[in-house]
Design a protein around this ligand. Structure first.
Ligand code: ADP
Ligand code: MG
Length: 480
């Protein structure tokens, strides 16, 4: 029997507003406990929520970014549950009418192909506070700094069949929100939290099986692992005829297992109803168009432009657009080099290798896009051989900013000037009459080998600075 995984994702994105969704408290990460709270966040009686419009526009920006329909009228609802970090006893969310409706998000896969993911909805909600177990010995404390932080929950259809598709989606989503500037997408700080709903079915089956929900997995590696471990658990249950129980489970990376957290709640358990303290959000076409006009170029559009206009491969285009900083580095570098293909090769080759070794992002080292761009243009104008270029790159990597200066200081100029090269070639021909005769008598294949001998000698005579292409031309001409 061959089992197929079926997965749908719920991702919570923390929006990058300065203040909370219904109060004026700050949202910055890492402050001392309860220093970013006010009476509303603490749910004191008599306080009323006031909607932060920045959160609304960021949700619309997201909806347009994934090509989804925007809800012209959306509403807030109360999701009732009891938990110590939720002093109101309910979370304000959008249940009945979300601000973002259906759309299709195009996810680039490793092999360069595109995987379309159907977005079911995205809705605004407030975050809860946090229980702190290690601050007060013998007690649990509550930190309400996070309470009321604006979240956008993005829900997909169960379109995923492999862990690779899931990770590719999350990476693309991360790229999208950072391009859009609506979330920093920082997984380790909880700005992007992912729940994976997973069920199994026999290959060829059309009905979905019973699913479990894996909560809050906070790294790509753990997501792949959790999916693998949970699928194996479900398969054992199904093959032994026990069946899967619909529930929420937690992945424990230390023990490499998933554990039951709570039985799956259904909508009824939450007694959803419209929040009477908040008006509906009404968005007109004009506002939507104004927001659309201000959108930056999105990853999918950039990818298309890099392949069609700049002639890059789909694979390179995917890599260069995977986050905004890399794309901006690439574009600044192209402006200086005027050679997109060579720029892509250098960025994904030598520069990537160097930054990866140090665990840095593309722009994290000392190499500037202008520096790398002018290095490439010095290769293109014949000043540098590819070997010399490597030496110049080392200079850039060490923090020397000026390519021409590095060339000058290290005496790296290639000799391309015909006069100087001609002298060398003439001397060579005069000093090696035997080889010259051999060359003239030889067939094409043999001539190629002999040219190699002459180029080698000429390079030696020029102390490695002769332009090999020019030498080649000149030699062929003079020997022929
Ligand atoms: P709930 O309201 O209980 O969270 P939803 O219907 O909103 O349930 O679905 C939540 C997520 O679960 C969605 O991403 C959806 O694609 C996914 N999902 C639904 N059914 C299945 C299933 N049988 N197997 C895997 N994922 C599923
Ligand atoms: Mg859900």
């Amino acid at each position: 029997m061959k089992w197929e995984k079926v997965m749908g994702l719920e991702v919570h994105l923390q929006l990058s507003t300065h203040s909370k969704i219904f109060s004026s408290s700050a949202t910055a990460f890492g402050a001392d406990a309860n220093t970013q709270t006010n009476p509303l966040d603490m749910a004191l009686p008599g306080t009323l929520p006031v909607l932060n419009h920045a959160a609304v526009s960021q949700a619309v920006v997201f909806g347009l970014g994934v090509g989804a329909e925007i809800g012209k009228v959306s509403r807030f609802d109360r999701k009732n549950y009891f938990y110590p970090d939720l002093p109101k006893g309910y979370q304000i969310s959008q249940f009945f009418e979300p601000i973002v409706k259906e759309g299709v998000f195009e996810v680039p896969l490793e092999d360069g192909s595109i995987f379309p993911v159907r977005i079911l909805r995205a809705h605004l909600e407030e975050d809860a506070g946090k229980s702190v177990h290690d601050a007060i010995p013998g007690h649990t404390g509550i930190d309400l700094n996070r309470a009321g932080t604006p979240l956008l929950e993005v829900v997909t259809e169960p379109d995923f069949r492999t862990a690779e598709q899931v990770v590719a989606y999350l990476k693309a989503l991360h790229a999208l929100v950072t391009y859009l500037g609506i979330s920093d997408g920082n997984m380790s700080e909880g700005s992007m939290r992912c729940d994976v709903n997973l069920s199994l079915r026999l290959e060829g089956e059309t009905e979905y099986g019973t699913r479990t929900e894996l909560k809050n997995i906070n790294s790509f590696r753990f997501i792949e692992r959790a999916i693998h471990v949970e699928a194996e658990r479900q398969q054992d249950l199904l093959e032994s005829g026990q069946g899967v129980v619909q529930e929420t489970r937690l992945f424990d990376p230390d023990n490499d297992e998933t554990r039951s957290m709570r039985s799956k709640e259904v909508a009824n358990d939450y007694r959803y109803f419209p929040d009477p303290d908040l008006l509906p959000i009404v968005i007109d076409d004009e506002t939507i168009e104004r927001i659309r006009d201000a959108l930056p170029e999105l990853p999918a559009v950039k990818r298309g432009r890099y392949t069609t206009e700049l002639g890059l491969s789909q694979y390179d285009a995917n890599l260069l657009t995977q986050d905004r900083a890399t794309a901006e580095f690439f574009e600044a570098c192209c402006a200086a080099s005027n050679n997109p293909k060579a720029t892509a090769n250098w960025m994904l080759g030598d520069l990537s290798a160097a930054v990866n070794k140090e665990g840095l992002a593309i722009g994290g080292g000392k190499v500037t896009p202008e520096g790398l761009g002018s290095l490439i243009s010095r290769i293109d104008d014949g000043t540098l051989s590819s070997k010399m270029a490597k030496t110049v790159f080392e200079g850039l990597w060490a923090g020397e900013p000026d390519v021409d200066r590095i060339i000058e200081d290290r005496g790296l100029k290639q000799v391309s000037d015909s006069g100087a090269l001609e002298t060398i070639v003439d001397e060579l021909i005069a000093n090696n009459p035997a080889q010259v005769d051999q060359y003239r008598a030889a067939d094409d294949g043999k001539q190629k080998k002999l040219i190699g001998f002459f180029v080698g000698q000429a390079m030696k005579a020029s102390k490695g600075q002769a332009n090999p292409q020019r030498l080649n031309q000149l030699l062929k001409q003079k020997l022929g």
